[in-house]
Design a protein around this ligand. Structure first.
Ligand code: 2HG
Ligand code: ZN
Length: 477
C-alpha cells in the first residue's frame, strides 16, 4: 500500500494522538528539515518532511516504523539535530521520527557501573547526573550541551576526551532498537565483558540511523577521576605546535585531551570568549590530565616543561575551576564563532594517522593557497582528527564558488586518503560525504555495506539516501 505523504500525518496523528505530530502548516515543521549542517554542503533536491513525529516511548517508535513500512513511507530518525553532515535530514520527504521527548535516565548503577537511558537524554545532562554520584561518562562532543545520547550512538560521536577514553562505541554495552516494520530487538549486554555472538551493538553504533531506531541504551560508566588539571601551551604557529605534539606523542605522554587550534581559530573565538588567549598566539595546544590529585601537579609540570622544550612560547595552567570552564567554553565556541564570522563554513573532520598530523597540516595549507580559500584548523590533534574549515564569504550558490569549494574538498579528501587517513573522524558520512565514500573505500567494501543495510531495511525506507553512495557498477567478484 502506498500513501500520499500528506495523509501520513493524519494517520500517525490518529494512532499516536495529534499532540505527537507536527504536520504541514505548522511553523515548527521547518526545524525538522534542517540541522547544524552548513546548507552549502548539502546536495540539491532534498524533499522536506511531510511531518515530524515526537515519540515518547519505544511503543510509539515501533508503531511509527510499522505504519510507515506498511505504507512505504520513508522515515528519518532524528536526535537533537546537532549533526553536521545532514544525517538527520530527509532526502525523500516522509516522516521525521524525533526521539527528543524520550529523555528519561532510567537507572544509574554504581555497582554495575552502567546507566540505562532513553535516546533523547542530553549528553551533558547524563554526565552531570552520573558525576553527582561519583561516576563518569567520558564521551564529550563539543555540542554536549545540546546533543543527545541517541544521536551520539548513531554517529559514534567522539570529542576531546576520546584521546584517552575512546569514542561512544566503547561505552555502549547494550541497545534496544526498533526496526523498520516495527520489530523490536534487544542487542548487547550489561556486563563489563561479553563475547556472546556477533557484535551487533558495534554495528548499530555508527550506522547513522540507517539500521534501526534506538529506544534505550545501556552505557558503560567509569569511576569519576578525582582530579583534573588543564593547561594551554602557546606556539608561534601551527607547524611548531604540531612538531611539539609529535614529540609529546613520541615520548608516550598520554593526557586525556590533546587539542590544537590554529591562529585563525583563536582569532575568531576571541570575540566570543571570556578566556583571554595571549595576544599574537600563532597556535595553541590544550592539554588536560586527570587522576590522583596529589600526582597531578608533577604531571602538569612535566608536560609543561616538555612543551617548552619543544618550542612552546608560553605554558599557562588553569588556576581555578572557573578558569578551566572558561577555557573549555572558548574551545567549544570555535566552531560557532567561525560560522558566525563567515557567510559559509565548509567543515570537514578529516582524520589521519597520528604520525601524519604535521604533513596533513602542510597539505591543508597548500590546498587552501592553491584553491584560494582561507582555512581554519582546530580539533582533536591527539587523535589525528582535524576540523578543517574552509571559510567562504562569496555566494556559495555562484557556480564558480561552488566549483572552488568542490575542488578544495576533493583535494582535501585525496590528501587525507594518500596519508592513509579517513574522511570523517567523528561527524559521520550522512549526506555530505556520501558521494566521496569511493575515495576511501573499495566498491566491494561499499557493496557489502549495502547488503548489510538491506538486511535490516530491505525496502530502503529507514533514513534512505545516507552513508552509502549509489552503486557505480554491478559487483561481480
Ligand atoms: C568540535 O570539535 C566539533 O568543535 C565541531 O566537532 C567541528 O565545526 C567543526 O568543524
Ligand atoms: Zn570535534
Amino acid at each position: 500500500m502506498s500513501t500520499r505523504s500528506a495523509d501520513i500525518a493524519e494517520i500517525l496523528g490518529r494512532e499516536l494522538g495529534a499532540g505527537r505530530v507536527i504536520g504541514a502548516g505548522d511553523d515548527r515543521l521547518a526545524d525538522y528539515g534542517r540541522d547544524e549542517t552548513t546548507p552549502a554542503m548539502l546536495p540539491e533536491g532534498l524533499v522536506p518532511p511531510a511531518c515530524a513525529v515526537l515519540c515518547e516511548d519505544a511503543d510509539e517508535v515501533a508503531a511509527v516504523l510499522r505504519i510507515c513500512a506498511e505504507r512505504a513511507v520513508p522515515v528519518t530518525p532524528r536526535g537533537a539535530g546537532s549533526g553536521m553532515v545532514g544525517g538527520a535530514l530527509p532526502v525523500r520527504g516522509g516522516v521525521v521520527l524525533s526521539t527528543e521527548r524520550m529523555q528519561r535516565i532510567l537507572e544509574i548503577s554504581s555497582d554495575d557501573l552502567v546507566a540505562v537511558v532513553e535516546p533523547g537524554v542530553i549528553t551533558g545532562q547524563l554526565q552531570e547526573a552520573v558525576e553527582a554520584q561519583g561516576l563518569f561518562y567520558p564521551p564529550d562532543p563539543a555540542s554536549l550541551a545540546m546533543c543527545s545520547i541517541g544521536g551520539n550512538a548513531a554517529t559514534n560521536a567522539g570529542g576531546p576526551r576520546a584521546f584517552k577514553y575512546g569514542v561512544t562505541r566503547e561505552y555502549i554495552l547494550g541497545l534496544d532498537v526498533a526496526l523498520m516494520g516495527g520489530e523490536r530487538l534487544r542487542v548487547g549486554r550489561r556486563t563489563a565483558k561479553g563475547v556472546t555472538g556477533y557484535d551487533l551493538v558495534a554495528g548499530f553504533v555508527g550506522s547513522e540511523g540507517t539500521f534501526g531506531v534506538t529506544t534505550q541504551l545501556t552505557v558503560k560508566l567509569l569511576p569519576l577521576p578525582p582530579g583534573v588539571s588543564t593547561l594551554l601551551a602557546v606556539f608561534a604557529d601551527v607547524r611548531a605546535a604540531s612538531d611539539a605534539i609529535a614529540a609529546l606523542l613520541g615520548r608516550g605522554i598520554r593526557p586525556r585531551v590533546l587539542e590544537l587550534a590554529d591562529r585563525a581559530s583563536i582569532d575568531h573565538v576571541r570575540k566570543r570568549s571570556r578566556y583571554r588567549f595571549p595576544d599574537g598566539a600563532g597556535a595553541i595546544v590544550l592539554l588536560e590530565v586527570d587522576g590522583d590529585p596529589d600526582a597531578l601537579d608533577a604531571q602538569v609540570l612535566r608536560i609543561g616543561q616538555d612543551c617548552e622544550r619543544h618550542g612552546a612560547l608560553d605554558v599557562l595552567v588553569a588556576q581555578s575551576p572557573t578558569e578551566r570552564r572558561a577555557l573549555w567554553e572558548a574551545r567549544r565556541q570555535i566552531s560557532p564563532s567561525l560560522r558566525e564570522a563567515h557567510r559559509t563554513k565548509i567543515n570537514e573532520d578529516l582524520c589521519v594517522p597520528r604520525g601524519a598530523i604535521g604533513e596533513m597540516l602542510a597539505r591543508v595549507d597548500r590546498v587552501s593557497a592553491e584553491v584560494g580559500l582561507p582555512v581554519a584548523v582546530f580539533g582533536h590533534a591527539g587523535d589525528g582528527n582535524l576540523h578543517v574549515n574552509l571559510l567562504v564569504d562569496d555566494d556559495p550558490a555562484d557556480p564558480a564558488v561552488k566549483a572552488q569549494i568542490a575542488d578544495a574538498v576533493g583535494r582535501l579528501f585525496a590528501e587525507t586518503v594518500a596519508l592513509r587517513g579517513t574522511l570523517t573522524g567523528e561527524h559521520g558520512v550522512g549526506l555530505t560525504k556520501r558521494d566521496h565514500m569511493g575515495v576511501e573505500q573499495d566498491e566491494r567494501v561499499l557493496e557489502w555495506q549495502r547488503r548489510w543495510k538491506a538486511m535490516w531495511d530491505p525496502a530502503d525506507l529507514l533514513n534512505p539516501g545516507k552513508v552509502l553512495p549509489a552503486r557505480r557498477r554491478a559487483c561481480t567478484e
